[in-house]
Design a protein around this ligand. Sequence first.
Ligand SMILES: [Zn+2]
Length: 1007
Amino acid sequence: MGALSLPFGVGAGRRRSPVGCRMSFCFLGLPLPPVSFLFLLLLATPGAWAAGYETCPTVQPDMLNVHLVAHTHDDVGWLKTVDQYYYGIQNNVQHAGVQYILDSVISALLAEPTRRFIYVEMAFFSRWWHQQTNATQEIVRSLVRQGRLEFANGGWVMNDEAATHYGAIVDQMTLGLRFLENTFGNDGRPRVAWHIDPFGHSREQASLFAQMGFDGFFFGRLDYQDKLVRKKRREMEQVWRASTSLKPPAADLFTGVLPNNYNPPEGLCWDVLCADKPVVDDPRSPEYNAKELVSYFLQLATAQGQYYRTNHTVMTMGSDFQYENANMWFKNMDKLIQMVNMQQANGSRVNVLYSTPACYLWELNKANLTWSVKKDDFFPYADGPHMFWTGYFSSRPALKRYERLSYNFLQVCNQLEALVGSAANVGPYGYGDSAPLNEAMAVLQHHDAVSGTSRQHVANDYASQLAAGWGPCEVLLSNALAKLSGSKESFSICRDLNISFCPVSQTSAHFQVIVYNPLGRKVDQMVRLPVSEGLFLVKDPRDKTVPSKVVELPNTGNTELLFPALVPALGFSIYSVTQVSIRRPRAHLRQPRPQKSRSPILSIKNEYLQATFHPDTGFLRTIEVLDRKLTLAVSQAFFWYNASTGDKQSDQASGAYIFRPSQAKPIPVSHWAQTQLVKTALVQEVHQNFSAWCSQVVRLYPGQRHLELEWTVGPIPVGDKWGKEVISRFDTPLKTLGVFYTDSNGREILERRRDYRPSWDLNQTEPVAGNYYPVNSRIYITDGKMQLTVLTDRSQGGSSLRDGSLELMVHRRLLKDDGRGVGEALLESGSGVWVRGRHLVLLDTAHEAAVGHRLLAEKELLAPQVVLAPGRGSSYHHKAAPSKQFSGLNRELPPSVHLLTLARWGPDMLLLRFEHQFALGEDSSRNLSTPVVLDLRDLFSTFTITHLQETTLAANQPRASASRLKWTPETGPTSHPTVPRLDPASITLQPMEIRTFVASVQWKEDS
Ligand SMILES: [Zn+2]
């Protein structure tokens, strides 16, 4: 999206102030040489035929060099769908057609060899590429080789940084960079990460970029106060130390703030979408403006250069969907360059040139300065007083959950494709493929997709893309499960288990339940399936009866079958379920209690935990950890903020991007909850009904060390004309001194302080919204002794606005647009109005807390996949008996190791990523923060690794030959360790380290 850009594609044209010529800067220019002469001059620059920085243009060492970066910002869906943007459909909504942009740019680059352009979004570029003739492709290859077309970032999309999980970021970057690597080799490898539009920047994103081998990173948006301070201190460019665990410079990333977000300077927008005056260089024309323009430009460049430390500065010449008529931009920039540089003969010390982010970075690197170091992140983002972009952390919660669930399913799909090989792709169920879901997931990472900031019809399209991606993965799953189990069943996945709907289990008297576990360790999982009434017999893979229970869900009339499943690492267990009686069973169910009765205290309990509820309100009152003798008063309830529609202080309304409550104090959804208790041997639940649109089940299964809060919110009533932003809040007496903690993209943890920013003296204008941070997987508070952690099942905004309190925004429904371009109120329609989700609550001692939340977050992210089948399928192998249990691993991974990626990479190649999931010093209780050594030989049961190559994080460079530009941070020089010899028998993982491998493999014959 573009900040404040207006619909109908007039965003950039809005900035209309005329190019001014202050008289003191106006002087007579010399007659201009023919343009062709200038071309020849510039053509003579050396080193035009090598890859990387060698193709960069020559600069003037003793002048201020202004690097013009010609670029287009092409959102992978926002006001229009991906396809509407690509083809240029619905230009009445927004004038934008990416295919024409690329056609036009290539012609313009060919017309003049000094011109350069960068392209960013591979979702669009790869599509365009596949539609070109061989001849055009050859021309484009040569432009890339010469550095005239440079790829920046190179992900499938320019991903959001607040609502994304690191696993999905790594996947989407891998997809885009792989296309570039396959198509252009090393010539096409982006050196620079380019996140010019995302609305705030996470530290984990910087760490991932560093690990992917990027030399530097440029972005556009940061808090307006932060930007002012940085300009004053000349800290617009610095080294970002993006990990507290990885040894520098592994996660150090040179980072630059662009001067003008990503737009051209005022008055210099020469796109068909803009209204600025072109360069008129014929002195006889009454419209002649060349002289004024030159003087304005020189003034502009000098002023801008003052905020940066080298004699180089950058100007972003382009914006949203610009360059559809690239000639307009380039023709005017050709003239500008020529005219401005002509002034050097008159003593001007400004040199302007066509450049790229990589070439600009290269000059900064050569300046050999010592740079200041940043250690926190760039959240939250505010573009003015009262304008905090913290609403999108929670916008469209149903889409955010669907994205996270699809991540889970994609990993299952990838793993089975890797474990089984080609039999997963072509088998009895047809052609199975992980690629469509992989692409759909990549699209969802775009900064207007999972962020929830697109228009409604685009959000619907995103959901459709995910749904379409699930199909081929389900075929793959069936092929793989048939092969591994030896039985050709009619497998089916119930996609609607969250609303207790599943035809196979609800209508069959006998069926099988296949539970696949994508983790590198065995898991036990309570399986819950909707069933018709009756009694059921459940048998495990060894034909032993397992305890099971049918529970009636209060107020719905639905019944669910529960049984505990134990599933081996990276494998499955098959359970059989048989209905033995149609007698109506009854779980012990207490009827709703009358309001405020003096009834005994409600509580639920297992061997580790007890939770009690307030007898008057029905709210959660205490959590007790029995074996650790910890008790904490925890009150939990739902509240809502009344969304501001603007007031005397500011006309800023709450919207898809912006969160702005009309008052700091939230309003309780209800002062009490109607409660019902379900107590069985397999689950204990308190059902809380707060209002017609807000309810919750507080749940405890045997053996669990966490409390599960399954909330259901919606449709949020707005009949009173008040937009509402609903939170779940936990209040405790913990003395937290204004401090709380949130994860960064689901990985490392950052400390947050109320009304405080680590890098500048904050003038807080919004006491609530200005303290909201992205929560991708967890938020916690601690008094140093006890820690209360809440894990989320999707990205949400969260905060701690009072000591001992923490809150998460679960849903929002708004009646006004917030003026950031989307032009729609976040009302949502269809399934998005009604949202169900889970918060997992952990109470622990502070020093034991990391084990709990790290392992539980991993289990929540990669939950077991439940597949149903009627049974009685025919044999797959004809020889071997069907097997009801399988593990893809010959030995389990240690608890500190997360199998981040196991995916097909080629006909006989796999992509593997192993991750140490604990931070340095995070766990002292079980020593899980220490380095761990893996033996990859014979680790997997279905294939043998015949060759192993280590790569950078996105798998587009061998690690041994990868090198990054070296920078000197103010903290002192860092040593660049040599890459040790790769020994598959001994792969060491340091805390928070991810190691990526491309493995050649041989699948084993059926045993
Ligand atoms: Zn954008």
